[in-house]
Design a protein around this ligand. Sequence first.
Ligand SMILES: Nc1ncnc2c1ncn2[C@@H]1O[C@H](COP(=O)(O)OP(=O)(O)O)[C@@H](O)[C@H]1O
Ligand SMILES: [Mg+2]
Length: 583
Amino acid sequence: MLELKDVSFTIRKDGEDVPLVDQVSIVIPRGHFMAIVGPSGCGKTTLLKTIAGLNPESAGALFWDSRNLSEEGDFLPSEIGYVPQFSIAYDPLTVDESVEAATRLRVCCRSTEALDHRIDQVLEETGLTSISDRQVRVLSGGQKRRLGLAMELVSDPKLLLCDEVTSGLDPRSEREIVHLLHDLSRKDGRMVLSVTHSLAHLELYDSILVMYEGRVAFHGPPDQMTHYFSVVDTEEIYPRLTTQSAEAWHHSWQKHRGFYQDMIEKNRLRLIESGKLRIPSVQVVAEDRAETLAAQDATELPGFFSQFSTLLGRRWRIFFRDRGQVFLQLAIIVCFPILVTLFSDKASGNIRRYSDSPQSDFVAEIQEQQSVRSDQAKVGSAVSGIIMFQVVLLSLMGSNNSAREIAGERPIYEKEKFGGLRPSAYLASKMTFLACLVIAQSLWMAFFVNFFGTFRGDFIEHAAFLLLINASMTAICLAISSLMRTAEQASLLSIYLVGFQLPLSGAVLALPEHIEAFTRPFISAYWAWSGSVDALQPQVHNAVKSVIDTALSAQNFCFYVLGAHIAVALVAAWVGVRRPQWD
Ligand SMILES: Nc1ncnc2c1ncn2[C@@H]1O[C@H](COP(=O)(O)OP(=O)(O)O)[C@@H](O)[C@H]1O
Ligand SMILES: [Mg+2]
């Protein structure tokens, strides 16, 4: 049984408390199919999220089988299924793959057979078996809703919360989905609460909760609604609601509550007697819960490595399915180093020494010095420029790697986290996937450019700095991605960040010293460039020094700073993925 006692959810707006859900008291028995209806903006979604524990109630209490949810711990991830309004599946995956990933992330199956059995059962139950190999992108609206349900049913939740799963569907699909939800509530005492804006098919529900401006206006059997609201047709209920204040509806409801609650109970007993509703006995329910708890303590939720490998496998699959993304990645990996080699000629020029050809007279000596200096300047600026170019291109690749990585799939991730996914497994899978891209991009850049114009210094050290700059920008943009609200914001911020690297690095223009002291620590490009310059042979190193106004830093220090950038970014990404961010 689910019981809400005077549950309110209040937000602070302009210094005032605004209740979005106000003193809601309802009792919902096991095996119950309830609709939550009401005009748009009346607080249906907010109520559902409060029940799910996504909105902590500001007042009142929720009880689940007489357990106080706020005091004795919230629902276990396997006890509750929440199907939000938005799609929760990845377009490039098939129905089967989506359900499989959901199962692997949420349920600990003893064997592959058990896993397959579970998946088949859920597909069967939701009528998706015949289209299990179809990609999510080609599914119709109704099929997508079924998939959303299937992905929640994998853990066999006893409470299923659905938010507008029928909105936007054609009448036939809508009817099918309502029937499906109805059937799901007839088994094993599963409770199904469905938020809907539509007033069609209400007769299939056991009870209807009518909300108005955050208050309960009615909760009773569907056939009693027209009588209660003194209307002829259910369609007239919404206009009728506006004829008096929410406060007034609330008060008149207080008077009739008990009567309609009894009616719900009587209907329920009738259904049980006629065998249309199967409810497990109280004892079975208690045993069930003890079993779930015991299993949970052991390994009901899949472990870190299991979740990690499921996510990583799925990430690679999505990557390779998206041909555009693969092509873009390959084009970037191949073309960027080619761009750099176009400039490699000048960097390989010879730098003569003064002593190479001793001069006899004074004028020739001066001319010689000038010519050597001019050589030095040419080679120095070409070498410095090429290093900076590589650094900037790898920064750009870094931001392209990760700016959308988390922000672009946030609703899906939040949903999976709610279902028991560990943020640590999620972040680890992202880091591993991105590390592969980073290694391929930076090493290929280092080797390719080196092949056409050998790096005049310690190649390994140079390659290490290229790797570090790419890793650091990837990590920083991953952090941005985890902290921003939308993928667009994250992309924009990441691009600005890369754009500012070049002018603020000091490699092209020297900044005023007092500004430089503040900006430098944060400019990854400077540290990678400076470290690589330090890895050059002394002669080339001097040539570079002769053309720049900026002070260079010792190589070890550059390593540490870049390492610190990566570490701080990963900590920020960790904070970002742990923080709940719905909507
Ligand atoms: N986190 C929030 N902060 C401010 N206002 C909110 C928040 N969540 C919902 N609202 C507002 O509360 C009201 C109820 O929202 P919602 O529960 O989504 O309505 P429904 O699902 O019934 O259409 C709306 O006016 C909405 O704008
Ligand atoms: Mg809503």
